[in-house]
Design a protein around this ligand. Structure first.
Ligand code: URA
Length: 248
């Protein structure tokens, strides 16, 4: 079984930096199994109960959260003019240095993953892993099978050619249409630009799924929740698939 120095345990949990953890131990703020700890170098395992100022500190170096991004919020660290996702992140998660995986535009709603697991985030965003993102798009004008074929071929944009994507038309009339779109890339304004290239303006865009992960319908806009172990396992499997077909 793995064992960690107590100060390292506290820093891995995201509660304190290593030097703050040493100070907290020296100040008698840390208990192990109910006994005040004296030595920051003492070893603890996952079976030990560590508390900091009376509050339990579970060891979970890596944190994974689902966030229902509302409209009007930037996917950025800080901005002077508009609220950002990081403004909405609870302080406990900020301590753990979680960051969004990729970006959603300010007006776009839906599923945003937050984690401090940089390796998994990187893999999930790598187009070669084929992790699909599914969006519900409301667009101007009537979508047709020609649009679906253009998406399936891969659309040439100004700076790159989008990889083949799926466009499933849900409703179509002359004024507006609704579609489900699956893409395995996340370039700047990608979905909006793909529709624009086919002559349709995106009126609303919502991300409903990221790989195997579906946005939890019970999560209100602005709400967070940790991923379940099953969700995390599915996400890891999706990220491990090089050039895979993806899921979701
Ligand atoms: N495509 C876009 O155009 N915007 C997003 O935020 C995500 C995908």
């Amino acid at each position: 079984m793995s064992a960690w120095r107590l100060d390292r345990y506290l820093s891995l949990s995201g509660e304190r930096t290593r030097s703050q953890a040493v100070r907290a131990v020296r100040m008698g703020q840390v208990c192990v199994n109910g006994e005040p700890a004296k030595d920051p170098a003492r070893k603890v395992t996952q079976d030990d109960r560590v508390t900091l100022q009376g509050r339990e500190v579970p060891l979970s170096a890596w944190q994974y959260y689902m966030f229902h991004k509302p409209a009007g919020v930037l996917t950025a660290a800080r901005d002077r003019r508009a609220p950002t996702v990081m403004d909405l992140v609870p302080p406990a998660l900020l301590h753990r240095r979680v960051l969004p995986v990729g970006r959603l535009d300010k007006d776009v709603t839906g599923l945003l993953l937050l984690t401090n697991d940089g390796a998994l985030a990187h893999a999930l965003l790598d187009p070669n892993r084929g992790v699909w993102k599914r969006y519900r798009a409301q667009v101007s004008g009537r979508l047709t099978q020609e649009d679906a074929q253009a998406f399936a071929r891969g659309i040439a944009l100004e700076d790159f050619t989008a990889r083949p994507a799926e466009l499933g038309i849900v409703e179509a009339n002359d004024a507006q249409s609704v579609a489900l779109v699956r893409v395995c890339e996340g370039r700047f304004h990608q979905v909006k630009r793909m529709f624009q290239a086919c002559g349709h303006e995106v009126l609303a865009l919502h991300r409903a799924a990221f790989g195997p992960l579906e946005l939890d319908e019970t999560l209100p806009p602005g709400g967070f929740r940790p991923l379940t172990p099953q969700e995390l396992e599915a996400l890891r499997r999706a990220a491990a698939n090089d050039r895979a077909k993806g899921e979701g």
